[in-house]
Design a protein around this ligand. Structure first.
Ligand code: KG4
Ligand code: ZN
Length: 345
């Protein structure tokens, strides 16, 4: 199989992602069709530390990346020389981790004489929604909820995106992970809180919703983590029996209420009638169900990627890179890795 190069339409892209604790490579055709999606997770490596250790993450990316890229190419049934371009996460993320994927992509682009495309990680998360939904076209509003970001983004076009609001402190995923620690569930916290909350009663452990200023589209989640911590401590000090499942459900309900309220405000303000939900926390069962219900109530179309495309993956990077490629937006081999990167860079 070969790509069709400058013609663009069915262009075959290799995507590489290494911004946190997943080493990932994928091949897409025509941007939206994933021919492969290989993810090597480092969960077991970081579990003992209760969170991602940046230096260890970088070392593991280094040992995993070549094998992951080879697997992605062979699963897609192509050779490296068949790709039309190589897309890679350029940031934001753990800079030592981003550098491994970037150096790999640069070396391949140079050796193969293929264009290199640096992709903003959050734009990748937003583009994940294109992979399984052919009907989805910009403009739309996107709620991005990941371990490092919580943002409401107005997606005007495939490459034109404006951040309307973002977290002022912890990202939603960070709150999920910290609450998991408080509840003794360990790392990675999000999926564990998700599962435990299903057995709990949110009304039995209510937590304060922080909505900030009435008209603000920003978020704040650091208080809720303290709220859960105080709840656990006060119950333990008083010797009152409490149910961790109720605390998990109450925490989720409070955060999801805030996400739903701010998203409804952003939909109203922008007049958008389509919403996408992206990022690792978009894998959360309760959040998915609630956002679907809210959108039905508001008469808004909603598209949510399958959980495997919500958490970090490289198909989303290849998809975003495709829209750069067909627009002629490629990068030089001097492309840098960035720990912090605004969506306009
Ligand atoms: O997008 P992602 O894979 O990496 C970043 O770009 O940060 O997001 C990871 C975050 C973690 O905080 C993880 O706990 C959270 O997504 N997460 C979840 C679920 N699955 C992953 N949070 C809540 N419920 C889940 N099912
Ligand atoms: Zn991510």
């Amino acid at each position: 199989m070969t790509g069709n190069g400058a013609a663009g339409g069915g262009a075959v892209l290799l995507g590489i992602e290494s911004s946190c604790d997943e080493t990932a490579a994928a091949v897409t055709a025509g941007g939206r069709t994933a021919l492969s999606n290989v993810i090597a997770s480092q969960i077991d490596v970081h579990k003992v530390f209760g969170g991602v250790v940046p230096e260890i993450a970088a070392r593991h990316h280094l040992t995993a990346v070549n094998g992951v890229v080879s697997a992605a190419l062979s699963e897609a049934g192509i050779c490296a020389r068949d790709v039309d371009a190589i897309a890679v996460t350029k940031g934001p993320g753990l800079v030592g981790a981003v550098l491994i994927g970037l150096a790999t992509a640069k070396a391949m682009a140079f050796a193969l004489g293929k264009p290199l495309i640096g992709v903003h990680h959050i734009r990748g998360h937003i583009c994940a929604a294109f992979l399984e939904h052919p009907a989805l076209e910009p403009p739309f509003l996107s709620l991005v909820v990941s371990g490092g970001h919580t943002s409401l983004v107005d997606v005007r076009d495939y490459r034109e995106m404006d951040v309307l609001g973002a977290t002022r402190d912890d990202a939603a995923g960070e709150a999920w992970d910290k609450v998991a620690r408080v509840l003794g569930l360990g790392y990675p916290g999000g999926p564990k809180v998700d599962a435990l909350a299903k057995e709990g009663d949110a009304a039995a452990a209510p937590f304060k919703r922080v909505l900030l200023e009435k008209d603000s589209l920003d978020f704040s989640f650091s208080g809720i983590k303290t709220g859960v911590m105080n709840y656990v401590n006060s119950m333990n000090q008083a010797g009152t029996p409490w149910n961790p499942a109720d605390a998990a459900a109450g925490f989720q309900q409070a955060v999801i209420d805030v996400l739903a309220a701010k998203t409804a405000l952003a939909l109203e303000r922008t007049g958008r009638r389509t919403l996408t939900l992206s990022g690792g926390v978009a894998a959360n069962t309760a959040l998915r169900a609630r956002m679907r219900a809210e959108c039905e109530r508001l008469g808004v179309r909603i598209f949510i990627p399958s959980p495997i495309y919500c958490t970090d993956n490289a198909a989303m990077i290849a998809c975003a890179g495709y829209y750069d490629f067909i627009g002629g937006h490629t990068d030089g081999l001097d492309l840098d890795a960035s720990a912090v990167l605004s969506m306009s860079e």
